[in-house]
Design a protein around this ligand. Sequence first.
Ligand SMILES: Cc1cc2nc3c(=O)[nH]c(=O)nc-3n(C[C@H](O)[C@H](O)[C@H](O)COP(=O)(O)OP(=O)(O)OC[C@H]3O[C@@H](n4cnc5c(N)ncnc54)[C@H](O)[C@@H]3O)c2cc1C
Length: 416
Amino acid sequence: MNNADLVIIGGGPAGLAAAVAARKSGVQDILILERDNELGGILNQCIHNGFGLHTFKEELTGPEYAARFIDQVRELDIAYKLNTMVLDLAADKTVTAMNKTDGLFQLHPKAVILAMGCRERPRGALNIPGYRPAGIFTAGTAQRLVNMEGYLPGRRVVILGSGDIGLIMARRMTLEGAKVLCVAELMPYSGGLKRNIVQCLDDFGIPLKLSHTVVDIQGKERVTGITLAQVENGRPIPGTEEHYDCDTLLLSCGLLPENELSRAAGVELSPVTGGPAVNESLETNLPGVFAAGNVLHVHDLVDYVSEEAAAAGTHAAAFILGSEPPAGRILPVHCTNGVRYTVPTTIRPDCAGDTVTLRFRVGGVYKNKKIAVYCGESCIYSRKRPVLAPGEMETVRLKADLLRSGDAVTVTLEEG
Ligand SMILES: Cc1cc2nc3c(=O)[nH]c(=O)nc-3n(C[C@H](O)[C@H](O)[C@H](O)COP(=O)(O)OP(=O)(O)OC[C@H]3O[C@@H](n4cnc5c(N)ncnc54)[C@H](O)[C@@H]3O)c2cc1C
């Protein structure tokens, strides 16, 4: 097995954009390892439009957006192996993988980019009481069945969870002839983008029941109905139960970054995002191991995945080619007052170039606030935001010059 200087685990939008950027930055020997039988990741099943508005100023479908990057990978002659499962990553960056033609093999790259995406939280992780009949699917599985395999998972549907996948599947199932009775959401606000609530629920008259959850599933062979109840402080309120006759329950209750490989390698993970803690170069605590895309933190827009992954590819190239500046000072990034996490969690001002991009999400819905960033005592960034919600990722670009003094960076919300 030929070795590669850069191994990228995952051939979704993050892996593809990272590969293209690393090649353009001068790395010749790149190998993408993808367990599926095609490149493109989750985008292959997202046949709705709405992708690429920022990157290409066009509204593309998921497969069309992926194709733009797959074409570049082919034009740049970047090597990839499909149907290839990465089984292990060691702290010294040894990658162990397997496929039918090569069998079990090991690679010893100079750098690795983690781009394994995320998976959906299954029923087993949700503690919903009731029987375990057929007819309960995660929304992403239902999306794959409808869009790629050509099956309709059910005809009368309740969806639990109002993240973007749940909202998109409410519209998709309706367009395919199913009756979507409602989308129930445990929180008092939706976890999805505003535009998806309007385009996927409001336009089709599908009710969104906030502060509601499923308290019972009926049916032994197949789902015959579910019971919803209103919740307060996360607990069902007795007497508020409503019964729905349905044959299908779709679960869209959160995404978990796929970090089993990272954890086994000794990559430090954030308890909030479930993704690696990284510095401004998107490098983990293991030198030469970088991360980008949904494996790092769950994104709502693929454009930001591609942008972030391109930065990881450029930094991995600098690591391989030895052109990284010396690390110098390390500033921790703290978050307070409603800011749940930040990516990155540390910044090395000497390695930051002209700007540092900070991405974060808030923990609740906030109105008329100001995002403020401090370096030490000095406010180095401030922007008014009429509404902030957990479903929308925020991006802040800081001038690296302003990080020259101070010993920590703090991201916070203040009165607008
Ligand atoms: C249902 C849905 C709807 C969406 N709608 C929109 C939208 O309208 N607009 C928008 O901009 N964005 C949308 N997104 C978001 C966007 O699609 C994702 O943010 C993006 O696909 C994430 O890219 P990724 O490369 O990080 O992960 P993925 O696309 O998940 O790719 C990860 C890849 O890694 C591979 N992999 C994982 N582990 C291994 C391993 N051990 N070995 C080898 N390969 C491995 C996987 O097979 C996969 O191909 C949507 C996402 C979903 C799920």
